[in-house]
Design a protein around this ligand. Sequence first.
Ligand code: GLN
Ligand code: ZN
Length: 760
Amino acid sequence: MAKAHNLGFPRIGARRELKWALENYWQGTTTRAELLETARELRTRHWQWQKEAGLESVPVGDFSLYDHVLDHSVMLGAVPERFGPTGETVDLDTMFRMGRGRAPTGEPAAACEMTKWFDTNYHYIVPELHAGQRFHLASTHLFDAVDEARAAGMQPRPVLLGPLTWLWLGKIKGADFDRLELLDGLVAVYGEILAGLRGRGVEWVQVDEPILVQDLPRDWQQAFESTYSRLAGDRPRLLLATYFGPLADNLKLACDLPVDGLHVDAVRHPEQLQPVADWLPGRKVLSAGIVDGRNVWRTDLDACLAALAPLHERRGDDLWLAPSCSLLHVPVDIDPEDGLDDELKGWLAFARQKLDELALLETALNAGPAAVAGELAASRAAIASRRASERLHRPAVRGRVAAVDAAMGERDHAYPERRERQREVLDLPLFPTTTIGSFPQTRAIRASRRDYRAGRIDRATYEAAMREHIEEAVERQEACGLDVLVHGEPERNDMVEYFGQQLDGFAFTRQGWVQSYGSRCVKPPIIFGDVSRPAPMTVDWFRFARSLSDKPVKGMLTGPVTLLNWSFVRDDQPRADTCLQLALAIREEVLDLERAGARIIQIDEAALREGLPLRRSEWQGYLDWAVRAFRVTANGVDDATQVHTHMCYSEFNDIIESIAAMDADVITIETSRSDMELLDVFEDFEYPNEIGPGVYDIHSPNIPTVAQMVALMEKAAAHIPAERLWVNPDCGLKTRGWPEVEAALANMVTAARELRARRA
Ligand code: GLN
Ligand code: ZN
């Protein structure tokens, strides 16, 4: 009998119950007991749902009060010294201090770094590693969860993050060393954990080792063999779980490890199912990740059954069916979404619906499709309706995409000639100063947006309020003495949602939350159909801002790659095709802004880098279409119009050539924290256009001094000719307060003046 199972369930709660419970606890308005009670209720409810869907066992330990990687660091006793002595077990507030720097008890300390979990928008807390580090079992939370699940009448299947992935995700603090030296001590603790679980009668444990889908050095591949050999013996059976990509050159390694089952992602890489089935020894369980854990679409059950039937024949009982990865990355439940029309809603499946799909597949395989004929027919009808819908396929959009030619991605002339034209028009000083776009989103701004959305104020009142905020932002920028102004983006709640709401082909949910980090969630838009722009989106605001000043005002847009990477994207065509539709829509806006008098247009591509595939061999393919989309968006303008782009990260040494190929006249980037380290890349690669290396760390409330910013810019000037440098913050200022922003920008302008004076 084939068996449906799950790799992990969203923790935050269908109504974000965990978010509110955490934030209340952190603020001191509720007790620890109340927080733990909410968490327990959520776990029980989620297990119940999974059981009701028809799963025999439920994942346990996938729940977390902050982050599962952090839970493992705590469980392994890997608590950095600055959080104080921990004793035998690590206290809950110590864990919170590691995650966010402070907690109701204990001294505040610098939080551990946070970074993206593979190619998702989930952030994990980076383990800190140092030479000679020791580990010990420092938490019983997994054991407690097993007991709790049993008491709730569940069959628990604990989930562990594997030792190699934990180690790989860590970051070395202090002197460099080979982190594999830590493996011995680490594996000893894992052995203890597995023994403890066996002592509790656990039959199967899921061990996640997603790094197996990445390019691994030889010694890491060998470490997999030695680690899992060491963990063989007296322990529960192990299901090794991989996801997000292809095993590729690790396929044989993964199949041959001394474990009892292997889970592979058969959604992103369906082609690996067959070779895995061939290589995986017959006595091992093959878990096919057949339902998409990264996207929100209903599964094509017929197609799944066709792919699974031959495997089922060969492997029988040893075939398990699962989502491609943990369901952490999708919202909880589509049913309560009453803002979507029925047709569109019928195309979607969130976590709960995905479990239903798995249960259906299980029955269809074991008892034959006839046993669930009605359900299969309903699913088939929904799939067919989506495929045929005119809302997806709009000939006008298709026609425009088909007509895209090379010339559309090309400026009239190369940068050096454009530069001359732009200089005449803009007449900017050396080291021009500007900001990245947003200004503090004050309580008043958020209240106006909220009131308008809720219908408490009318459009005219709302627009008048926004104009006031724009006026204020322009006045303050003039007062600071900035050279290139922005309107401040008060009307934007989010840089993707704002545009998505004005484009055709996008849909929005009310409760489609996905955890981003800690208690923070995002609600990604859903791109379901062909994208087009019915009307200008930003032009009126721009025009108003421009009327307020004699200085150049930038038009501000979000680029196609970022709109794509921060949404749930349709899966019925290549992402590259959807990206090009987005590019054409934003291109129209670019051209309208230009017609409205914008001499500078900034197109933010904050998420370009995070779209990089996990395997290096796939990078170039992605970069090629992403850069093409940007070029189509931006390059329809006149030579005299200056195109800016912005990227808020600092690691792009490895993709600098593609960044240069975007051919933006000016790029602004994040650099202040890394002390301009990233500019080292310009030693080897001569970036041809202008660049604004951020000098003001907007993630910190600290006000940078004139001297600090001058020093940073002088460092930059050592790599890039001064005539091609801009002076600006690292990113937008929407999360900051006005007093600090004004002080910092005034210092920034003084710094620019000093830099100019030194060269006069
Ligand atoms: N223009 C946006 C802002 O200033 C850019 C935000 C970002 O890069 N994340 O807020
Ligand atoms: Zn940014």
